[in-house]
Design a protein around this ligand. Structure first.
Ligand SMILES: [Zn+2]
Length: 426
């Protein structure tokens, strides 16, 4: 007897097998002997299903599962699926664990999401003031998941395969043929025309992408800069050399690094300069944000929040604007002698453009300096242990990432680091 992969996964969900480390170990590795969930004697691996041993359609080797196996799912198959879709085993299991089992929530149905969003959501909904608070047994569940996933992350990561470690078979021959074709069509000096040279590089890169496309690392670790810059420089051509001054002529190095450094002295200087320029550029680009990130973390790592009131009478004049309405409901206002005033969204929304006095960490009277009171940081942050340090790390990391992304020709909008972004961003 054999069953469909999706039926086996569903069976493992209902039996809670997916919450057992042994299950993960047996289905995701190549065990040498029979286990509780997988039997390995014989040619075709068998799995336990309703007290019988059965094979799974299409699976003839170990391991039984890998994250990239495709699954076709029909609308309504599970509560979180409301249209026919193709997905992968990895997504199907994570979807079950993080959404159905953990939060019991259908809010992420057919939406792109990520762990950060879900984690943010969980933190937010643990606050006693949340509109739809999660029950506290989620903490047990989270603990179980972390315990389960931590040892797994080691062997589930595929970062390098034999195929991607060595030079692609047949590439040199294809490169030679392509080079000859370009010489024939555009002349021996075709590298002097940047457009034609880029066409040449693209043709070779297309071949390489085709060669790697079935590799499990393709589009995962073999993607982006690794593929389009490192692999290209190593096997296709070093490319257009950076200039150290505007007066220098344009130079193209058509040989890849796998053929060693060029013999030509000017070319060697060009390659060397490109490397120096890259490393200096990276240093300059991340200098400011790097310092800011370190200072933020240093300044905030020990912050503690006390649940009593520091008794400050000072606040911060704050103009109510639409984007701050949500965050304002989290904070405490000062109105005359009353320093613990709170309002709901509607109250603030009716007063957009007006000014209120809010309590913020900068006006907290709590001393020594590494303690803040609950009423000066607001409700959400005061319920999350270590929230201030986490915000600092997050803000610092995003700062560095944004400068690096800019450096790599992608322009990202700078984020506004408010609690609104950190804890309410959905
Ligand atoms: Zn205070």
């Amino acid at each position: 007897m054999s069953i469909r992969l999706i039926d086996y996964l569903d069976y493992c969900f209902t039996k809670n097998y997916v919450l057992k480390k042994q299950w993960w170990l047996e289905v995701y590795t190549q065990p040498k002997s029979d286990g509780v969930y997988v039997r390995v004697s014989g040619d075709i691996p068998m799995v336990e299903y309703n007290n019988e041993w059965v094979s799974i359609d299409g699976i003839k080797t170990l391991p039984i599962l890998n994250d990239y196996l495709q699954l076709k799912i029909k609308k309504g198959h599970r509560v979180t699926i409301n249209e026919d879709m193709t997905t992968t085993v990895g997504r199907y299991i994570l979807n079950y664990l993080f959404i159905e089992w953990l939060t019991g929530d259908s809010k992420y149905i057919n939406k792109m999401t990520n762990f950060k969003d879900i984690a943010t959501d969980i933190f937010k909904r643990l606050s006693p003031n949340a509109k739809n608070p999660l029950s506290y047994d989620i903490i047990d569940k989270l603990g179980k998941l972390v315990y389960l996933l931590r040892p797994l992350s080691g062997f589930k990561t595929v970062s390098l395969t034999e195929k991607t470690f060595f030079k692609p078979d047949g590439l040199d021959e294809f490169r030679k043929r392509t080079y000859e074709k370009y010489v024939k069509n555009y002349g021996k000096d075709f590298t002097k025309d940047k457009t034609i040279f880029l066409m040449y590089e693209q043709e070779l890169m297309k071949w390489i992408k085709d060669y790697y496309k079935d590799d499990p690392t393709f589009d995962i670790t073999m993607a982006g800069k690794v593929l389009n810059s490192s692999v290209k420089k190593r096997y296709v051509s070093y490319g257009i050399l950076n200039k150290m001054s505007p007066d220098e002529p344009d130079r193209v190095l058509i040989t890849p690094l796998s053929e060693g450094y060029p013999k030509d002295k000017e070319m060697i200087a060009g390659v060397n300069n490109a490397t120096r320029q890259g490393s200096a550029g990276r240093g300059i680009e991340t200098q400011t944000t790097g310092v800011v990130a370190k200072e933020l973390i240093k300044a905030t790592h020990g912050f503690k929040i006390k649940l009593h009131d520091c008794g400050t009478k000072e606040g911060f004049n704050f103009r109510i604007e639409e984007p701050f309405v949500k965050v304002l409901t989290d904070l405490y206002l000062i109105e005359g002698k009353n320093t613990q005033v709170k309002y709901d969204e509607e109250w603030f929304r009716k007063r957009i453009g007006q000014t209120v006095i809010v309590r913020l960490p900068t006006t907290c009277k709590e001393r020594p300096g590494d303690v803040l009171c609950k009423y000066c940081v607001g409700d959400t942050i005061s319920t999350i242990e270590g929230a201030i340090g986490l915000m600092a790390i997050n803000a610092g990391g995003d700062g560095v990432n944004n400068s690096l992304s800019k450096f790599h020709d992608t322009i990202l909008e700078l984020k506004n680091y408010t609690t609104d972004v950190m804890f309410r961003d959905y």
